[in-house]
Design a protein around this ligand. Structure first.
Ligand code: HEM
Length: 484
């Protein structure tokens, strides 16, 4: 329904998607009749999982860092305070074109210079499109969507023209100009699926642009808000960014992403931002038989929705501070995901809950036995004294990326890009959120909920990932003085 209503996928494409009952795993469901090249969900998932990790991830992050640095340097912001009407839009305008260029190459925005504005107008009406409002009720979003789809199709025609090029560029240059290996491989796979015409492929790619951008931008925004509020956290994060720098051949410093992504504070605050601001509605179904979900019998083909917010706000599970009650689940606590050796109470989960989970394992019949096992290796033991970042034992409790077979294949890109964006933006600029200046006294407390800070989520986007702010967030900004 989402594909049809939001992305304007036509009836043939939609029925092709709906008829793929082969699953996302490498082996098709034994009762499925779908041809191997038509396994849409498997190819979508597998292409992303393959080309958004390992060496491909490294290439993506290198381009992301270079592009974002260039964009930040080019911004006309100097050392005097300047007012911006909306911090969220500032982050959006900086990150969106960076990410589109990283995935789709520089040719995409060169051909479609208005794409940023068009996508923004489309995104503003997304919630109404999802509910199936007719075009005359949401004319701005519908015509913006037409322009977005038109831009993608124009780009495809341009790519076709390049195929005749006698001297095709080498791989790195090809990715820079015509799109990442991820997008180019996805196009090849979709190209082999006969029922998917250019309109259907454009709809799917609009979905990829949405999936790859909206959550990263909003998560970076909330992270920057937390840093603007808490100078102690900011200096801790900056210390970790400083310790992750390495020199390039031309003696400029660059962030070593592997090092950055294994520092404890920057990771813990990231996990907390996603816990607090992600409101996903994870949909799942069993296409071939009834199933048992924790004692409930769910009929075949019945949709089940799992709310990440409910898990993320589970008072019985989450640790609420070294001295209990200091950091309730509704508030941001940058250290919630840290373990201090020797302190039995410093764990993301309450000790009682931790013990209970270890004795009562989930039933193996669970449809969605949410697993974050892939995160376990991301832990970091920095030193005996330093805290350690921990996502252990959080399966089914910390689920911003979903779980099971549909666990987001873009999660590694997401994490690294959010941390890089936070590092680059917060070391380049100082921010003060204007709406909150009058609430400075309340700011002195580290544990205030976003409501107390006068900031609220735009609940119209409930269920769609990391929520954007409800209102504009006016801010003062100035460039930081570079330290020698
Ligand atoms: C903070 C950032 C992100 C969050 C919170 C997030 C969350 C999610 C969730 C919850 C799902 C599963 C939905 C379901 O259960 O059906 C998902 C799927 C997906 N995500 Fe992400 N995502 C993020 C970033 C990204 C990025 C950066 C990319 C790509 C560059 C991406 C690509 C995808 C794709 C392709 C799928 C569909 C996979 C499939 O059909 O199996 N995501 N994401």
């Amino acid at each position: 329904m989402g594909m049809r209503n939001i992305l304007k996928l036509g009836p043939i494409g939609a029925s092709f998607c709906e008829s793929d009952d082969s699953g996302r795993g490498p082996r098709p469901h034994p009762r499925s009749q779908v041809e191997p090249e038509d396994r849409l969900w498997f190819h979508t998932h597998n292409t992303a999982a393959t080309f958004l990790s390992g060496i491909h991830l490294k290439a993506i992050l290198k381009t992301f860092q270079t592009n974002l640095r260039t964009r930040i340097e080019a911004l006309r912001i100097d050392r005097r305070w300047d007012e911006i009407p909306d911090l969220y839009q500032f982050i959006y305008k900086t990150l969106f074109p960076t990410q589109v260029e990283v995935l789709f190459g520089t040719s995409f925005l060169a051909l479609n210079p208005n794409f940023l504005q068009d996508f923004r107008d489309f995104h503003k009406g997304l919630v109404y499109l999802l509910r199936g409002y007719p075009s005359w009720l949401v004319p701005t979003a519908c015509s913006a969507r037409e322009r977005c789809l038109g831009s993608i199709k124009r780009w495809h025609l341009f790519l076709k023209e390049q195929e005749g090029n006698e001297n095709p560029p080498r791989d790195e240059e090809r990715s820079r100009l015509y799109g990442s290996r991820y997008i180019r491989t996805l196009q090849k796979k979709y190209g082999r699926m006969k029922p998917l015409d250019l309109d259907a492929v454009a709809s799917s790619e609009l979905g990829v642009i949405w999936a790859a951008n909206s959550n990263i931008i909003t998560a970076t925004f909330w992270y920057i808000i937390e840093l603007a509020k808490d100078p102690r956290l900011l200096s801790r994060i900056h210390a970790e960014v400083g310790a992750s720098l390495s020199q390039t051949n031309d003696s400029r410093s660059t962030i070593d992403t592997d090092r950055l992504c294994t520092r404890p504070f920057i990771q813990s605050a990231y996990a907390e931002v996603l816990r607090l601001h992600t409101y996903n509605f994870l949909l799942t179904t069993s296409e071939h038989s009834d199933f048992n979900f924790r004692g409930w019998k769910i009929p075949k083909d019945q949709m089940v929705g799992i709310s990440s917010h409910t898990a993320h706000m589970d008072n019985k599970a989450w640790n609420t501070g070294l001295v209990d009650g200091k950091a309730p689940v509704e508030t941001f606590w940058a250290e919630r995901f840290l373990i201090y050796e020797g302190s039995a109470r410093s764990k993301p989960l309450k000790m009682e809950h931790f013990k209970r989970r270890n004795t009562q394992r989930h039933s193996t019949h669970d449809l969605h036995s949410f697993s974050n096992s892939s995160f376990a290796s991301e832990e970091n033991y920095s030193s005996e004294e330093s805290p350690r970042f921990c996502l252990d034992e959080l399966s089914g409790i910390w689920i911003p990326f979903g779980g099971g077979y549909s666990l987001c294949p873009g999660r590694h890109v997401a994490k690294a890009e959010i941390l890089l964006a936070v590092a680059l933006v917060s070391t380049a600029f100082e921010f003060e959120v204007l709406d909150q200046l009058s609430l400075k006294d309340r700011f002195m407390s580290r544990f205030v909920s976003i409501k107390d800070k006068g900031l609220q989520h735009d609940m119209r986007y409930f269920g769609m990932g990391v929520l954007p702010p409800k209102d504009k967030v006016a801010a003062r900004i100035r460039r930081r003085v570079e330290r020698d």
